[in-house]
Design a protein around this ligand. Structure first.
Ligand SMILES: Nc1ncnc2c1ncn2[C@@H]1O[C@H](COP(=O)(O)OP(=O)(O)OP(=O)(O)O)[C@@H](O)[C@H]1O
Ligand SMILES: [Mg+2]
Length: 343
């Protein structure tokens, strides 16, 4: 079990751009965060906000340059992943950082038995005999709660249910006991009962191994169940960050309040999320960001000039540490109406 006060992943000024018909378009605009051993940090935001691109950048799984460009620093154990050769990065994927992908049903190879797919993940990194690897595969299948593992390891993906396939995907991600696990919407494709089982499983595995988890979702209901800390992302930027309880009880950014208001489970838990209701409009396209705050065109509290001239900094205001990218949250005189909405 790792030292739980230890920072295992440190991300600084992460920027990602893609080259397409419109030239180079930036979709991640300088993301900063730290992740400690044993901690679960939720990355939340609507579709298209840049959550998956951020996680692919951490794994160095974006299209090769010049189709994509990454800059900044992504450090694990003092090693900057963005500075590694492709070969050295391959050695980090698995034991240091692993990912459960958003599309679990397509991340298994349909023509290989699941046991062989788990074995392959181990063989690349560890000098183990066939027998040792098979024993480890069985152990992993048991760990992720697959019944009759000796029989199931010879099954092909299509012979398993969606929930069982997702357990296999988790077994592959955990095969080398990563320091950091990125789970990108790991339960979206699953029904509610299986979703609860998978969340329980991830929590239990985390307690056992002390791995740090970056948990990506658009669902604040899931966030409330899994996270210690929350980062809200909008248009490729972190717009609010804080401890789970603090963000749920005192969301500062109108966007966060809107996300919370659309979660019925939280309302029934007694949280008054204010009159924002659902958020009108859409996440702007990365090649047509509005001037000023990217959320201003959809924000019920936006003021012409103040909110539409410059992008606010992600600024902390007092304790507890709960920075927010909103000029109105920064100035008490300007955010009286937001204050009134406080639950
Ligand atoms: N390979 C790519 N080339 C060009 N643009 C891309 C590429 N991948 C993603 N994008 C763009 O980057 C932006 C962020 O996409 P991303 O997939 O990270 O969103 P997301 O927050 O994960 O959304 P979702 O909740 O739907 O998974 C989107 O505008 C998307 O169109
Ligand atoms: Mg995504």
């Amino acid at each position: 079990m790792s030292d739980l006060s230890q920072t295992v992943l440190s991300v600084r000024n992460l920027q990602v751009s893609f080259r397409g018909g419109d030239g180079l378009v930036r979709v991640v605009h300088g993301v900063d965060f730290d992740l400690k051993a044993g901690e679960t940090l939720a990355l939340v935001g609507e579709s298209g906000s840049g959550k998956s691109v951020t996680s692919f950048a951490l794994m160095r799984l974006l299209p090769d340059p010049p189709r994509s460009q990454i800059s900044g620093h992504v450090s694990i154990g003092g090693v900057d992943l963005l500075a590694l050769s492709d070969r050295d990065m391959e050695k980090m994927r698995g034991p240091r950082i692993a990912m459960i992908f958003q599309e679990p049903l397509t991340s298994l190879n349909p023509v290989h038995r699941i046991g062989d797919q788990i074995a392959e993940a181990i063989r690349f990194h560890r000098k183990m005999t066939r027998r040792e690897i098979e024993a480890r595969v069985l152990e992993l299948l048991k760990l992720v709660g697959i019944p009759e593992p000796a029989k199931r390891m010879r099954a092909y993906p299509h012979e398993l249910s969606g929930g069982m396939r997702q357990r296999v995907v988790i077994a592959i991600a955990l095969a080398l006991e990563p320091d950091v696990l990125i789970a990108d919407e790991p339960t979206t494709a699953l029904d509610v009962t299986v979703q609860a089982q998978i969340l329980d499983l991830l929590r239990e595995l985390q307690t056992r191994t002390g791995m740090a988890m970056l948990f990506i979702t658009h669902d604040f209901g899931v966030v409330a169940e899994v996270a210690d800390r929350v980062m809200v992302m909008y248009s490729g930027r972190i717009v609010e960050e804080g401890a789970l309880d603090d963000v749920l009880a005192r969301p500062r950014m109108p966007y966060t309040r809107g996300l919370l208001a659309s979660v019925p489970r939280l309302e029934t838990a007694g949280l008054d999320t204010g009159p924002l209701g659902t958020i009108e409009g859409f996440v702007p396209s990365p090649n047509a960001l509005p001037p000023g705050c990217s959320f201003a065109p959809r924000c019920a509290f936006a003021q012409e000039g103040l909110c539409t001239s410059a992008m606010p900094e992600l600024a902390a205001h007092g304790q507890p540490h709960h920075p927010v990218r909103c000029v109105r949250a920064a100035d008490p005189a300007l955010c009286a109406d937001l204050q009134e909405l406080q639950p």
